[in-house]
Design a protein around this ligand. Structure first.
Ligand code: BDR
Ligand code: CA
Length: 314
């Protein structure tokens, strides 16, 4: 059984990742921590609680609130045009009776890692602010998590929020640089692989037809929220009738690392220049000297990855 903590800015693709984790076999979700990003941090937590209520995991999954803004930058705007005002494509989910825990997200991550050294995989689906704060509380955290799988960044593909930056890294580049250079074991699952992993309208019809009866409410949520997501991606000329599964792919890689091929690279994150803010700078020279070595997903078998995603709902 994989023991995971999910750190999310619960928007549409975060929601799909969470639903995937809830239905995947041999996974125990130790907690879900939230961060600002697609929406504000309170809304991200509320969306998370509502999703848990919808999916009914059968065991208690604590939800902790984390950073409401970046480490050193003033709060900016949220991604309402991509994920809707409420973060989940304006889908109205029923409220949950569960409350968030009082422990803040960074403390929660530190405590769980210390209670279970080497056991827990942290999957980050948003800005790296909570993990950076956790590392400030406990610098020895670098040796206590089994791995960190991070949806963010891009090396060979263009950015999605600027010519060179991916949104999660761009949104708190100081945090990303601190995390990436901390020495904590990281697998970066960025646009190099997530843009190739696309869910389509056909996949949704397939799920509606073949999804298990008890998963139909989840599938109805996916359909409604993905409609919003498809419309956004249409507006930016992405492949018609499809959307990239950014966050679900990171989650799948955490559970099934062989879905992607990785390459070790020394990286740093740019945070001084407005033009290249949040760019992941990889030292790909034969004798790399700049940055800290991390594992970067460079290729994916999209058919297998999408198949893995759909299969848990069947
Ligand atoms: C990432 O940014 C967020 O909007 C998505 O949820 C995903 O985590 C993609 O760049
Ligand atoms: Ca996200």
């Amino acid at each position: 059984t994989s023991r995971i903590i999910i750190d999310a800015d619960t928007g549409i693709d975060d929601a799909l990742a969470i639903l995937y984790a809830l239905r995947a076999p041999n996974v125990h979700i130790e907690g879900i921590t939230t961060v600002f990003g697609n929406t504000n941090v309170q809304q991200a937590a509320d969306n998370t609680l509502r999703l848990l209520a919808l999916a009914n995991p059968g065991y208690e999954i604590p939800v902790a609130i984390g950073a409401s803004k970046a480490l050193v930058r003033e709060p900016g705007t949220f991604a309402a045009h991509v994920h809707g005002e409420n973060g989940i494509g304006e889908v109205q989910l029923a409220p949950s009776a569960q409350q968030v825990i009082s422990e803040p997200a960074p403390e929660f991550i530190v405590r769980l890692a210390n209670e279970n050294p080497g056991e827990i995989i942290l999957v980050t689906l948003g800005r790296l602010t909570n993990l950076a704060l956790a590392l400030q509380i406990d610098p020895a955290l670098t040796g206590k998590l089994k791995n960190v799988v991070c949806m963010g960044g891009t090396i060979f593909e263009p950015g999605n929020i600027s010519p060179v930056a991916e949104a999660n890294i761009w949104g708190d580049p100081e945090a990303a640089d601190q995390v990436f250079t901390s020495g904590i074991p990281i697998t970066m699952v960025g646009l190099d692989v997530t843009l190739k992993t696309r869910i389509t309208e056909e996949h949704l019809s397939y799920l509606k037809r073949f999804g298990r009866e008890e998963n139909q409410p989840l599938i109805a949520f996916m359909e409604e929220s993905l409609l919003f997501y498809f419309n956004f991606y249409r507006s930016v000329n992405f492949y018609l009738g499809s959307a990239p599964l950014h966050d679900p792919l990171a989650l799948m890689v955490a559970l099934q690392p062989d879905l992607v091929t990785t390459r070790r690279m020394k990286v740093r994150v740019e945070h001084q220049s407005p033009l290249t803010q949040g760019m992941v700078v990889a030292d790909l020279r034969p004798q790399p000297a700049v940055g800290t070595e991390i594992e970067v997903a460079v290729d994916v078998d999209p058919e297998r990855a999408i198949g893995a995603f759909l299969s848990v709902f069947m």
